[in-house]
Design a protein around this ligand. Sequence first.
Ligand SMILES: [Zn+2]
Ligand SMILES: [Zn+2]
Length: 259
Amino acid sequence: MIDYNYHTHTFRCGHATGTEREYIEAAIACGIKVLGFSDHIIFEHKDEKSKEKFYDYIKTINELKEEYKDKIEIHLGFECEHSSDRVDYYKYLLKEKGIEYLILGQHFALDKKGEKLDLFENSNNRHKITKYYYKFVKKGLKSGLYSYLAHPDLFTREYIDIDKTYIKYARKVCNAAKKYNVPIEINLNGLYYKKTRNLPGLTYPCETFFKIAGDVGNDVMVGIDCHAPDLVTNADFEWAENIISKYNLHHITRLEFKK
Ligand SMILES: [Zn+2]
Ligand SMILES: [Zn+2]
């Protein structure tokens, strides 16, 4: 039985619904003992609105942490992309703002010319996106800033079938996570969309990717990546547990916080 989830969004990110309290109540109802909030990164210094959002997020979670301490263990984090110009800010969050952990969710990459490649925009350039995605993820893993790698197989979205490049880069991502000792996530939000929407092509979590992770010997964690409180209730933990046992993956059930 999976009793943790460190990948939770809230209404604050703009594309999720539900308050922190609603997520906590849903988590308690399904037997979750440890719940981590990892909303999309908020840049405190961007403008007044961001600053307000940033402090409100921290304050709300810290208050709820105290209020619910006898029922559930709550943690405060962010999901963020790696890029070299953000490293100082992320360090500041961890060292000075009481952010307990960061998870790496690389939703974009930049190519050689600095052009943005968006992993949510299905393009005809899957090999290029895969290559730059890996480049950014590898740097992120190496930085030591992140407690786990969310949806490591996000680039699967670009594919309609598995090809040699896919396999090559899946292995590279797994090898880098292994080398830098960062667990990779089986993302249940992707699974939910796969089951409920008629998506063209493949999407994550991709079984082939986790078969490779099994060969490499990766540590894995399961993340609901919930964008609505009822997605906590509907999380298909069984699917993840089957993948973990089928490919002999090493299941980490508590996150290690980087200092
Ligand atoms: Zn994400
Ligand atoms: Zn997420």
